[in-house]
Write a protein that binds this ligand. Structure first.
Ligand SMILES: [Zn+2]
Length: 305
């Protein structure tokens, strides 16, 4: 991998003043095409992560290049399970207050759309023009045909879209994965109509769950180029000119099977727990848990230049 040090991708503070958060622990022999899939079984591998003293962001100071990332996501396998549906339902619920106060609900863009399941929900909520961007060909192939028509294959590129042409831009569980989160946030600002909303879902590395799990937290992931706290995600939104910024924790709802798969239990115990859930008929039972994810909403001011 290319060893070029980078400054903090949110506030620009030099990497030399950052403190070590986690040492690199990538085992090349364990890397698989599933390493870049969403909702995989955690592998607990990560790039060297440092913490910015200015804005609180944790970031890989020697991330792979844009090309390397693009290739990894293009080749990634996709797990097209019910978890994507569960996640989208939880996001829609958490977004309700934002959707309620939006004056226009005509066009929506989702960056990192997967199989486009959130777009389906947004369509039901009244959005007429739906566009998703997704780098994984396998994810798009797993989408129903009518959704495939909404999805563009590739990495997100601002120039593919008209400025001020969206009422809502969503980027869920993706801001950690991109090479430069500020590029995404400032592009979202330009692509929004005045009064439009940019909404992200990010892991909060300060949350109790993530602090308790430490090195065995699913946020410790080779895909993560940066990890946000509520302070650093707010700072990013402020920096690109978004206003009325709100950061709030929300609960994810998943099946007990999925929660068990995500858990830091050793492999053999996990297998036993999964078999037990199935035997008891509890494997499909849903459970809502606040696992330390935050939803952030920012509005493009109506009087923006
Ligand atoms: Zn910073």
């Amino acid at each position: 991998m290319t060893a070029i040090y980078r400054a903090c991708p949110v506030c620009g503070t030099g990497h030399e003043s950052a403190t070590l958060f986690f040492e690199n622990n990538i085992d090349p022999e364990k890397l698989s095409s599933f390493s870049f899939a969403s909702r995989k079984v955690p592998e607990f591998m990560c790039h060297r992560l440092v913490q910015c003293p200015t804005c609180d962001l944790v970031y890989a100071n020697q991330p792979p290049s844009e090309d390397e990332l693009s290739h990894a996501y293009h080749a990634a396998d996709y797990d097209s399970s019910e978890e994507a549906n569960d996640a989208a339902a939880a996001y829609m619920k958490a977004m309700q207050p934002t959707l309620h106060r939006m004056a226009h609900k005509q066009s929506a863009l989702e960056i990192g759309t997967g199989t486009g399941v959130l777009l389906e929900h947004l369509s039901s909520a009244g959005f007429a023009r739906l566009i998703g961007v997704e780098p994984s060909a396998a994810a798009i192939a797993a989408a129903p045909e009518h959704r495939q028509a909404w999805i563009r294959h590739g990495m997100f590129n601002e120039n593919d879209f008209e400025p001020a042409s969206f009422d809502l831009i969503c980027c869920f569980m993706t801001m950690e994965h991109v090479r430069d989160p500020k590029v995404i946030a400032s592009a979202a600002f330009r692509l929004l109509r005045p009064g439009g909303a940019f909404v992200t879902v990010t892991h909060n590395y300060h949350s109790i769950v993530n602090r308790l799990l430490g090195k065995r937290s699913p946020i410790i992931d080779i895909e993560h180029m940066q990890l946000f706290s509520n302070q650093s995600i707010r700072r990013l939104f402020d920096a690109v000119g978004l206003t009325q910024v709100e950061v709030k924790a929300f609960a994810n709802t998943y099946s007990l099977t999925y929660w068990t798969r995500l858990s830091p239990l050793p492999g053999r115990v996990k297998d036993m727990a999964l078999r037990l859930l199935k035997a008891l008929g509890w494997d499909k039972t849903k459970l809502s848990v606040n696992v330390g994810n935050s939803m952030t909403v920012g509005i493009k001011p109506v009087a923006a230049p």
